[in-house]
Write a protein that binds this ligand. Sequence first.
Ligand SMILES: Cc1ncc(COP(=O)(O)O)c(C=O)c1O
Length: 418
Amino acid sequence: MPQKTLPFTKSQIEEIIEKYPTPFHIYDEKGITETAKKLNIAFSWVSEPGFKNYFAVKACPNPHILKLLKQEDFGTDCSSLPELIMSEKADIIGENIMFSSNDTPFEEFQKAMELGAIINLDDIAHIPYLEKHAGIPEIICFRYNPGPLRQGNEIIGNPVESKYGLTTEQIFEAYKIMKDKGIKRFGLHTMIVSNMCDPHYLIETSKMLFDLVVDISKKLNINFEFVNLGGGLGIPYRPDDNAVDINFVSSGIKHAYEEKIVPNKLDPLRVVMESGRAITGPHGFLISKVRHVTKKYRDYVGLDACMANLMRPALYGAYHHITVLGKEDLPKDHVYDVTGSLCENNDKFAIQRQLPKIEPGDILVIHDTGAHGHAMGFQYNGKLRSAELLLRPDGDVKQIRRAETVEDYFATLDFSGL
Ligand SMILES: Cc1ncc(COP(=O)(O)O)c(C=O)c1O
């Protein structure tokens, strides 16, 4: 089986643990920036002002990560007020923000408009709501839900059952309404898959959007500035999963563009994305120490991290690879459930996983936690969210979020008068 690699050594981690106790997530800056550069290079064919990835803030909501990505000319995809504020604090504002929310409160539309973000509306009913509370923007995008025309995947669900986006019928009407309100700048968005590793599917999605752009442009006599392919680019969580060949995806999309947009003599159309997972996911690692090794009907490894630090295995049965530091070359001749301390039996990072013999004090690295990892944390059962560290290219480590304390847990409670 191919090995998953690590951007640090065991002794480096031991040194880091002396200063920052486990558990913590550590992000590899070099890996993140290299991945960002690769994506930009793959899409460098996109017409002026060029390709942009609006990094999905929800994947790794930390201003230090956003600042890093800003250096690579990324924007942000925000979907809540705190995400908008975080983007602003990282100095990513204006049309460098794509506001792709759903069931949106008016305060968020107001903040998005104040920042000059591109509003990506999730529903036709949001048009009068937006107008009433925040006004009509200069540029508008709608999220398209193709319903029975496409199949989604496990995490995001079947489009027909999905709460997101406008139906095929509604989307024509929506652009007509906005044209009649005087808008002249338009974008089109969709997101129907999550963690998709089949490059053909992503190319098909671009074809669907290009066809729709042609149809709507002709029918309503409007010009589109961009199509937004959303997020959903997958990553190889398992050692034998294949990584998406982004150059293959990009050249497939370019081909579709030349076939569908160019002959129709439409204005140049930008291709943009909201990729989160593929940018930071593989470059984050949850570092945790083994507290107890126990034997019941099965053998258990109890960590000092729990599902409050990484919820994906419990939420979707997601696989996260585990390396036992210093035991990489030992035979994986033991079978364990690797658990946290939360009082839920699904608080398991791995179930019946083949691993080397594990002892209390061993350091485990849980891979691919750089997206939808710390971000999904919660405090149920009085569990606290961990610190986030950034491993700099020169080997230095910067704490970019401290661990929560018991005082943080109590911060919203008023004990007076009890
Ligand atoms: C609207 C939208 N855009 C982008 C993303 C990012 O997806 P991913 O991190 O899988 O690329 C999400 C994730 O849920 C989303 O809801």
